[in-house]
Design a protein around this ligand. Structure first.
Ligand code: CA2
Length: 145
């Protein structure tokens, strides 16, 4: 039986590919999901890929991942920079969480340099475009096998 990895996406990531292609590229979230499904299959993972614009829904999904998944690749979107609730939810679960960003947040506005969730996660991958998600799946393979 394959281990399940949750790939969770926060606010506005459903708008990928429709605006701001200079920062986030031209791929849609559905394109990124297809790439994660293919990479997951090659790595022996079942990928459960989700997006929500609501902080509490993301908290609930982290708790669900803690009970049912082997790990989480998490692009928390703008909540990365604001959310104590997501920090606490990551700390509350026993499975590794990798923080993922498409853009290099450190090369952008000052307010994106601070991550509220970084101290709670296993590691951070940012700046590689949609390939950041694939790198996170490889990292999860490495730390869960
Ligand atoms: O680089 C990333 O993956 C981010 O997590 C993306 C977030 C941003 O708030 C973080 O600082 C970095 C934004 C999500 C998508 O926002 C869009 C805005 C306009 C058009 C399309 C997407």
């Amino acid at each position: 039986m394959s281990k399940t990895i949750f790939v969770l996406n926060g606010p506005n990531l459903n708008a990928l590919g429709k605006r701001e292609p200079g920062i986030y590229g031209g791929k849609t979230l559905a394109d990124i999901e297809a790439e994660c499904q293919a990479a997951g299959e090659a790595l022996g993972f079942a990928v459960d890929f989700r997006q929500s614009n609501h902080e509490g829904v993301l908290v609930d999904w982290l708790h669900e991942a803690g009970a049912t998944a082997a790990g989480v690749a998490f692009n928390a979107g703008a909540y990365t920079h604001t959310s104590v609730a997501l920090h606490d939810a990551i700390r509350a679960i026993p499975v590794p969480v990798i923080e993922v960003h498409i853009s290099n947040v450190h090369a952008r506005e000052e307010f994106r340099h601070k991550s509220m969730i970084a101290p709670a996660v296993k590691g951070v991958i940012c700046g590689f475009g949609p390939f950041s998600y694939i790198l996170a799946l490889h990292a999860l393979k490495n730390i869960t096998q």
